[in-house]
Design a binder for this molecule. Structure first.
Ligand code: MG
Length: 246
């Protein structure tokens, strides 16, 4: 009887540990099915989207006064109501920090874009400076890369549910609803960060669990952080950026 009990304990221990292990995200999954391509909705300044009256405007087409860089003043180029990643000058981040928020941000890859894989229009939006929502040129799934590294993925954690990206030369909008994590006394997550994302009005992440910081998946006990945009050595344009604290 004792050995049967021990066997049952062992069985359920293995079952529970395997279920926990199953929650660990799979990295670099080239083999997963590509998300279905769907036509985009109309949610950019081109279609008359307006800024809510209670929003904090982070870029209104004029200057980068709301942004800073590790290397001093941001060196990204402001022109024609947008700004463009200036390769090699480093990431830029908002001076203001946010906990829970709704973020609207528009990005565009140039029509004459070159490069492939992760070097085709790569940038990213790091929520609280820690969790990357990928920006990449993957229109119509034609640029082959690992599925959880393409546009709309929570980088290396969750691929997008579908792919509604515009072709190069067209503006895209991300509308991102972020719930900040809470922490236990030992700096582990009490509740993980979570994110819901619409790309061009189409749901691509549905209250997805974020497992930890992008790349190292470490947990940093941080309640607020800036929004950081990535210089990945590719030309990407941004405009019409605002945030609503929740
Ligand atoms: Mg990136």
């Amino acid at each position: 009887m004792k050995s049967i009990c021990l066997s049952l304990v062992l069985f359920f221990s293995l079952l529970i540990s395997s279920l926990c292990f199953a929650q660990v995200p799979i990295l670099n999954t080239y083999d997963s099915p590509q998300p279905k391509v769907v036509s985009p909705g109309l949610t950019t300044a081109d279609n008359g989207v307006t800024v809510p009256s209670d929003a904090v405007i982070l870029f209104d087409g004029k200057d980068l006064s709301e942004w800073s860089s590790k290397n001093g003043e941001p060196k990204w180029a402001v022109h024609d109501g947008m700004f463009t990643v200036t390769k090699g000058t480093g990431d830029i981040a908002t001076k203001k920090e946010f906990g829970d928020f709704q973020l609207h941000i528009e990005f565009m890859h140039p029509a004459d874009i070159t490069g492939e894989g992760q070097m085709r229009g790569n940038s990213g939006i790091f929520l609280q400076g820690l969790y990357e929502i990928q920006v990449l040129e993957t229109y119509n799934n034609e640029n082959k890369t690992y599925v959880n590294g393409q546009a709309g993925s929570i980088y290396r954690q969750h691929p997008p549910l579908v792919n509604p990206l515009q072709k190069p030369g067209g503006w895209n909008a991300y509308d991102i609803i972020f719930t900040a994590p809470t922490f236990n006394a030992d700096n582990t997550y009490r509740t993980n960060p979570r994110v819901t994302i619409l790309m061009n009005g189409i749901l691509i992440q549905n209250n997805a669990i974020i497992y930890g910081c992008t790349s190292d998946e470490k947990i940093y006990n941080q309640l607020k952080g800036g929004i950081r945009l990535q210089d990945h050595g590719c030309v990407v344009n941004y405009r019409n950026i605002w945030v609503r604290e929740l």
